[in-house]
Design a protein around this ligand. Structure first.
Ligand code: F42
Length: 144
């Protein structure tokens, strides 16, 4: 079994640790915003390590919308490369962990619909897209 290698970002690593240790009772929002967060377990596409990535919780029915914003940074978050290489993930939403499969959204109409849902859930996504000419990738995670 591949081993979990925590994020190099302290606040992220600590959030994952708290969220998982409390089975979702704590560490389940983005700092003091009160906005809900999920944890996406994905496979490192180079290291083969297990990676755990907190993302904003954006729901579309039974699906989650995963938005590779990274605060509007010029480069994609590297978990985007992991999902593109291996679409099989686990998503923890509070105490529930479920196997899901992700697909990157290419269709413009679908992307526009899901982007709007994302911005509704977390308005700063709109600012992040303004901040960079990188097209922020959108994935849908569907229950397997
Ligand atoms: N990031 C978002 O993009 N969107 C969100 O909605 C979001 C919400 C959020 C809420 C709470 C929270 O704590 C963090 C949140 N983040 C959100 C930040 C998110 O969790 C990630 O930290 C951020 O998106 C950056 O992702 P990253 O995968 O680039 O992380 C870096 C810091 C990282 O962990 N790098 C590792 C390292 O060792 O430097 C490597 C990670 C990795 O997966 N490596 C791959 C491997 O093979 O293991 C290779 C990847 C490659 O191809 O280079």
């Amino acid at each position: 079994m591949a081993e979990y290698v925590p994020s190099t970002s302290d606040w992220v690593r600590e959030q994952v640790e708290l969220y998982e240790r409390t089975n979702g009772a704590e560490g389940n929002t983005l700092r003091d915003t009160g906005l809900p967060v999920i944890i996406v377990t994905n496979m490192g596409n180079k290291s083969g390590a297990v990676r755990k990535t907190p993302l904003m919780r954006v729901k579309d029915g039974d699906n989650f919308v995963l938005i590779g914003s990274k605060g509007g940074a010029p480069q994609h978050p590297v978990w985007v490369h992991n999902l593109r290489a291996d679409p099989d993930v686990e998503i923890r939403d509070l105490a529930e962990v479920q196997k899901m499969r992700v697909r990157e959204v290419a269709d413009p109409a679908e992307r526009a619909r899901l982007w709007a849902i994302g911005v509704e859930a977390y308005p700063p996504y709109a600012d992040y897209q303004q901040r960079t000419d990188r097209k922020i990738p959108v994935f849908v995670a569907e229950p397997v």
